[in-house]
Ligand binder design. Structure first.
Ligand code: PLP
Length: 407
């Protein structure tokens, strides 16, 4: 028997888990649970400091402004971003990627240019580029994978030609867990002067990313996948690019001066944060960053690796189970699998009856599912509050589903 792996973070810190003692929550790649400290930080903000930031001359408005900007600084520090004003708050990864494609893309991509994305992408890092290509007449090219679900880097290199304006790639695949070689991808993009855009939705929660040191031109992430609240995430982009590109949305706060005929833009980050901002989101996310810092991101990573390896090994030993994606060395804390004779949706419903929450479906990665020749997979994803008891419950549930459905 392998030694038991306890949760890295106490379940008691997470009110949802404390309220549901038998629950095995294995869907953190979709969204994470929230520690009480995050929920408390949000409540405290509303109880003590709520007003519309940047707008009032009174002390309470100054407190709201301070809470908002102090949170930006803490989140930037956690993510390894020195110039905090290049962290633009968005609703999440989806909005951040749409912002780049709409604002930078429309200003910089034209007919005959090329946009390269990878076969692994979540729809959020695929569709905005596909639409931009269709609108501008640029060529949209997909970099294919090796049989094990890693990027075929030789083919990718040959696709990134001097006409390429954008290379968009995920740091970590949500569907397979593949960890991509970011530094190599950045080098390929920069050799031809293309923009290196990194979807960090599945890396910021799990790795010590150090965005400055990745060398990417743009990095998008979602707070709700890293113990923070829903409705906040961000775009980190090189200052000179943000300063040169047009704004994404127009309205309050993003202007410097509105003339009758034309308008000038506010400085960063305000230029890209039109309208009343989401203050509670950054406040809660900053508390989430503190929580992760206290756990230690290296420990978080090692913990998830241990659970992913255990789950991969135990599931692969069940007849009819195929674990998809690369070997554990090239994978994050995600196990995507199929069970012969059982549809992933049926499997996830049967697992739910055992208190095991997993994701079933195409994982917003239909182009990848086509390449894998499957319609859907079942995906278990691990985080700080999981332990080997969750893996055992998953394995027992899959075995029992197989007995019932296959015989
Ligand atoms: N990119 C990846 C790799 C994801 O896993 C997700 C969410 O699952 C997204 C983008 C979209 O994130 P959000 O829905 O938070 O905007």
């Amino acid at each position: 028997m392998a030694p038991e792996i306890g949760a890295l973070a106490p379940r008691a810190d997470f009110p949802v888990l404390a309220a549901n003692p038998g629950l095995h929550y294995l869907d953190s790649a979709a969204t994470s649970q929230k520690p009480a400290s995050v929920i408390r930080a949000i409540a405290r903000y509303y109880e003590t400091s709520n007003a519309n930031p940047h707008r009032g001359a009174y002390k309470l408005a100054a407190a709201a402004t301070e809470a908002y900007h102090e949170a930006r600084g803490r989140i930037a520090r956690f993510l390894g971003v020195t110039d905090a004003d290049t962290l633009i708050f968005t609703r999440g990864t989806t909005e951040a990627l749409n912002l780049i494609a709409a604002a930078w893309g429309r200003a910089n991509v034209k007919r005959g240019d090329r946009i390269v994305v990878t076969r692994l992408e979540h729809h959020a890092n695929f569709v905005p580029w596909q639409v931009l290509a269709n609108e501008t007449g640029a060529e949209f090219v997909i970099a294919e994978l090796n049989a094990d679900g890693t990027l075929d880097m030789d083919r990718l290199r040959s696709l990134v030609t001097p006409r390429t304006r954008v290379l968009a790639f995920g740091h970590v695949s949500n569907a397979l867990g593949t960890v991509n070689p970011v530094h190599e991808l950045v080098a390929v993009a920069h050799e031809v002067g293309a923009l290196a855009v990194c979807d960090g939705a599945q890396s910021a929660p799990h790795l010590s990313v150090g965005i400055d040191s990745l060398g990417v031109d743009a990095y998008a992430f979602s707070g709700h996948k890293m113990l923070g609240p829903m409705g906040v995430g961000g775009l980190v982009m090189r200052r000179e690019l943000l300063e040169a590109m047009p704004p994404y949305q127009m309205g309050g706060d993003m202007i410097s001066y509105v003339g009758d005929a034309t308008t000038t833009w506010n400085v960063l980050p305000h230029k890209f944060e039109a309208g009343t901002p989401n203050v509670e989101g950054p406040v809660g996310l900053a508390a989430a960053c503190d929580y992760l810092t206290a756990l230690g991101m290296e420990k978080v990573h090692q913990h998830e690796q241990a659970l992913m390896r255990l789950a991969s090994q135990r599931l692969a030993a069940i007849p009819g189970v195929t674990v998809l994606g690369p070997s554990p060395e090239a994978r994050s804390g995600v196990v995507s699998f199929t069970l012969e004779g059982v549809h992933p949706h049926d499997l996830s419903q049967l697992l739910d009856a055992d208190g095991v929450c997993v994701r079933a479906g195409h994982h917003c990665a239909q182009p990848l599912m086509r390449a894998l020749n499957v319609h859907a997979t079942t995906r278990a994803s691990f985080y700080v509050y999981n332990g080997s008891a969750d893996v055992e419950a998953l394995v027992a549930g899959v075995e029992s589903a197989r007995r019932r459905m296959v015989g």
